[in-house]
Ligand binder design. Sequence first.
Ligand code: GLN
Length: 483
Amino acid sequence: MHQLTLAEIARGLADKKFSSEELTKTLLARIAQLDPQLNSFISITEDLALAQAKAADARRANGESGALLGAPIAHKDLFCTQGIRTSCGSKMLDNFKAPYDATVVAKLAAAGAVTLGKTNMDEFAMGSANESSYYGAVKNPWNLEHVPGGSSGGSAAAVAARLLPAATGTDTGGSIRQPAALTNLTGLKPTYGRVSRWGMIAYASSLDQGGPLARTAEDCAILLQGMAGFDPQDSTSIDEPVPDYSAGLNGSLQGLRIGVPKEYFSAGLDPRIAELIHNSVKELEKLGAVVKEISLPNMQHAIPAYYVIAPAEASSNLSRFDGVRFGHRCEDPKNLEDLYKRSRAEGFGPEVQRRIMVGAYALSAGYYDAYYLKAQKIRRLIKNDFMAAFNEVDIILGPTTPNPAWKLGAKNSDPVAAYLEDVYTITANLAGLPGLSMPAGFVDGLPVGVQLLAPYFQEGRLLNVAHQYQLNTDWHTRTPTGF
Ligand code: GLN
């Protein structure tokens, strides 16, 4: 039963082959048995899951239907869940029980999804390896000595290990697409404003976006359908109709114009990954797509710009965690300043502290123009590059990451080495565009992802292309040994 996709679960529940309660019990037992190897969950919400599963079964018995009614999922632990610990992977929020549900959590619960738990993540979503979590590193089910990617590494590892069919994630600079690539999943970062950020603990507010992680594009369509839509509670949410993503999966790719940026195939890219990306292009050509070389000339400036803008926003967003308004409070503070200093020094881990310092520096008087303002100008140039490219092509294709999953600890002493792994993903966040990563093969037994980018609000196009690719390839069906 644990091998079933969301689409297969929906059919099984509709045909009464099993109940949501049976499925939920099976998966909870599997999590209890296998997750100690992976550490993909911070909290397992067994009582909530069983209650939601029973309620979903009752709704089906009353004639209700729906692709998510009774479907087991999990939430990255930065989506607020009422009465349940929402830790953001940090000691700072270790004992924080959210007083309300995030819009994404509430929408999925209303659609009948069953929450099995809250997944592990890099502290405050800062990282690409899921090693900065206060709750310990997550392991990659494809090789337990390797990282699963981050920051949504817990969601990715859990879905890849078949502990559950799908989970939510968030993507500020690649945190859905990169772990999806490193664990052989399909993951989608929607257009900025497509999915509500209300109740999603903020890292960098102008970049953060929630989205689905699943094994197939078909399942991403189902989960995104439950997450997307206008939310008056989020002032950056966009009031744009949500199409039927599942209905759009079967469009023909005849004449689809694919742009492949020449800058993507530079020295930093593992040549074995480059070859797999070229193979995926050939596969899409067989389905009728036409390929064209394009250029994104400002791409080389994306990492420096991102690693100014994201920490700048983080330094502001994380000021609320001061031991007074939110978060861990130190013992016996001597005075207010001592309380702030020690609460924050004890509550935040080293990567979070580094980013707060970088961000505060970049925003400070005298440096603002040189760093923050400059980075914002680069952001506009990157967006302009994409706008020009999308005049010529319908999607942009390339690698999701320059390397496969690295060994646990391999990049711990050099944060910049880890930042460089984000080279292909962060441009979509800087421009606000939707992006998807899907399985494209293996290097040394480790999964490789191919990334597709589309114009604003064209999530349906990404899912359509990915689904057609997956009907003609079987990379996404491979299961890690031992799971
Ligand atoms: N790796 C990037 C960072 O550390 C992206 C993280 C994310 O998307 N949340 O900032």
